[in-house]
Design a protein around this ligand. Sequence first.
Ligand code: NAD
Length: 474
Amino acid sequence: MIDNFINGAFVPSSAQRSLPITSPLDGSLLDEVLCSTAADLDNAVQAAAAAFPGWSRTPIKERVQVFYRYKTLLERDGQELAALVSRENGKTLDEAVAEIGKCIELTEFATSLPQLVIGDVLEVSRGVECRAEHVPLGVVASIVPFNFPAMVPHWTIPNALALGNCMIIKPSEKVPLTLQRVAALLKEAGLPDGVFNMVNGDSEIVQAICDHPGIEAVSFVGSTRVAKLVYQQATHRFKRCLALGGAKNHLLVLPDARPDMTAQHVVASMSGCAGQRCMAASAMVGVGAVDHIIEKIVEEARKIVPGRNLGAVISFEAKQRIERYITEAEQQGAKVLVDGRNAQVPGKENGTYVGPTVIDRVKPGMAVATEEIFGPVIAIIRVDDIDAALAIENASPYGNAASVFTQSGSHARFVMEHAQAGMIGVNVGVPVPREPFSFGGWNESRFGAGDITGTPSIEFWTQLKKTTVKWDSL
Ligand code: NAD
């Protein structure tokens, strides 16, 4: 049974309900997670509030020493953590190793915060100075999804804590195991008790977080449906909130794009992490004569084999949902060029695999063209010109990412200027900005202001204290 982590110790939850945790790789039962109650959350908030005065008054250069040590622990235990990520999430071991690498990069960024968070001071009139400094908020919460059991929590943990806050994190009830190890490593790195707390559970505990008067700020990453609920509920309680939602990312492919490189990027983007990335390519808009590139995409997709270089999707329900999208598109006249339905991995018959799927001749109004599929599926829509391609991208209510593949600088610039998405790629299939640049979409991919990572995260995790000082000189 998975425990909560409160005040530096693993403690049982008072929950009456529990949920099984199964491995998508083979369907085996890994553990059980208890659905914590508001009383469990309250214990965590009290522990965090008690730790806050000491931690927030610790100089930032001292606070980040914990994260220098933590980074070396992530390096020491990287393989073990990656194995855990793969087992509970279903992604391949290589993908899980890359995910831990990203956690290390995010932790490195947090160690640079003392250089970035310096305030301002100015003598505004003779003998009078104004100072502005970033001070922590207090107890903050982070609610995370299943698709990156390690990386998404590291979008928030190192920065929020290094900036002096105390945190309560709510792991996804589908993948709570990795964060158990993270809690133990943070303690080993010397993080004082109560600064980092973890409460497991499902929607009930999320609602309790949004309602709790002792929590100042809530960050959320997950689907747009839940992001809206969390944003509304948390801000209704006057909390600061940044809620990242789902996505429908378009790759615009022009006829002059380099065929091999483009095909590799399209297929890697749609099939990496079994398509369960908010940055995954889900629709490709082919502009004009792109048959030669689609042929290459089909070739590349056939190299992706479930159980070898393609992981499992999170659950049987997810597999059914993804296969429904494919079948519906086919019934509506689209052409399935590579079909990932009914994928089986020998010896892992209870695993939940969907093979790579390429669907051509998709019409813009079809569900497979407009909705987030969250599986290794690319829907290809054909248009005559770049204006029509951009119109499809910009008609999406989401706005996480968009990429263009071309050798024309002018066409690339046109897309860079006009695409309504927070993260744009040029000849890049997964345009995730790396630190110190920040991660964050637009429109229904994000509710609230600012970005969750990089330098802009300072704005979210701190508030400005302005002090006016007057001392007469001797
Ligand atoms: P989800 O929205 O189902 O769950 C996210 C979190 O919300 C979990 O901790 C879950 O316990 C909780 N939750 C679920 N239903 C709830 C409810 N009704 N009320 C309150 N809380 C609830 O998302 P998921 O399936 O875990 O993750 C996949 C989604 O996350 C995809 O839509 C993906 O695009 C999105 N995502 C977005 C980003 C981004 O940066 N924009 C990053 C990663 C994932």
